[in-house]
Write a protein of this length. Structure first.
Length: 366
């Protein structure tokens, strides 16, 4: 396998534009938090800068130099570590409940979200397995059942937290890997039908999930309750106009949007930077997907191609789950907008995954 001299500069440029531009948007949105909660602003900024941005860029640099074949050798162990870490969330003195969910392990002043580790581990394991069965991904026992096993184990751990948003991105990435590896469309159909059944059962036992679905179909059903976030998000997006109010000038983030630095940050970005800023963010994610899949098509071995495909699908599907919810075309799941929203762990693993893609890009066919 001939090694290219450099990583894919186009992909690297897109990632850096998202990471550095996203931090600019994050700081702009976080100004509202400074006005309300000065002390918390400092801890939030520290987490985003040191764990997310600096730590993530260091991981991007390191893993862009670590040969991607290592991930195949360690795939099962990485996934197992993700399962164990997520399992630790349910140990009372380790997992810390916050906002009705148990998703974080606190290490001193910093918090760590094991679901991000599990999500990447699932993609690595499925890519390693499907590339190892040598064109038999269409088989029930070699293709479909392993897919169900990875998704099923992950689903139990993620839905118990609960973290439906992360689970949906994991499902999208794993299903994408399965299809690209040559899985049967009949199996894809069965998978989707089973997913609808699981989602229905989940909504029936989790009132907040049912409430979000009902609000999606009727955004005006509870203006002061479950509909508040979507209505305030649409007001923010609409008031941005063509070029926005300007850096730090959002009105909606001051007490109107529930999570101005979280899952509502795209609304703040749209208000402050307008249609131009919002479409630029969307275009960058589309470019990330397009360039990533282009790299995947030119990798000499199937594992590298599946790994790259899974990572970029995972990143972009999460972005569009968030953006779609803010625009009212999808239900809210509470998932952050990668590279932009507050979430040091999510940013760290997004940059780490991008580093893996960059390493694979060193070996593409010319």
């Amino acid at each position: 396998m001939e090694k290219s001299k450099k990583v894919d500069k186009v992909f690297l440029g897109i990632v850096l534009a998202l990471a550095l531009g996203g931090f600019f948007v994050f700081v702009s949105a976080a100004i509202g938090l400074l006005a309300r909660e000065g002390a918390r602003f400092e801890s939030v900024l520290a987490s985003q800068v040191f764990l997310g941005l600096f730590g993530g860029l260091a991981a991007l640099w390191f893993f862009s130099r670590l040969h991607y074949s290592l991930w195949r050798k360690c795939a099962l162990w990485i996934f197992a570590a993700g399962v164990i870490l997520c399992g630790l969330l349910f140990v009372p003195w380790i997992g810390v409940p916050h906002g009705g969910a148990t998703r974080w392990i606190f290490i001193g002043p910093l918090s760590f979200q094991p679901a991000e580790f599990l999500k990447l581990g699932a993609v690595i394991l499925l890519s390693a397995w499907l590339s190892g069965v040598r064109g038999r991904a269409h088989s029930l026992t070699r293709g479909f059942l392993p897919l169900m096993g990875v998704v099923g184990i992950s689903g139990v751990l993620l839905l118990l937290q609960p973290d439906m948003g992360t689970y949906l991105t994991l499902v999208a990435a794993c299903l994408g890997v399965f299809i690209i590896a040559g899985g049967k469309w009949r199996h894809v159909f069965v998978f989707i039908m089973l997913g609808i059944v699981v989602a229905t059962l989940y909504a029936s036992v989790k009132p907040h999930a049912l409430d979000r679905i009902l609000t999606f179909f009727d955004p005006a059903r509870d203006p002061s309750g479950s509909s508040w976030q979507i209505q305030q998000s649409l007001i923010a997006v609409g008031s941005g106009g063509l070029v926005g109010r300007g850096f730090g000038q959002s009105v909606q983030k001051f007490g109107f949007l529930p999570e101005p630095i979280g899952d509502s940050i795209f609304a703040v970005a749209s208000e402050e930077f307008g249609f131009v800023g919002a479409t630029t963010i969307i275009a960058l994610f589309i470019a990330l997907l397009s360039r990533g899949l282009s790299i995947a098509r030119r990798v000499p071995d199937q594992f590298g191609g599946l790994l790259v495909s899974g990572i970029v699908i995972m990143i972009v599907s999460q972005a569009f789950l968030n953006i779609g919810a803010v625009l009212g075309v999808l239900p809210f799941t509470g998932i952050p907008l990668l590279f932009i929203s507050h979430g040091g762990t999510a940013l760290f693993f997004a940059l780490l995954g991008s580093g893996i893609v960059l390493n694979v890009s060193r070996y593409v066919k010319k």
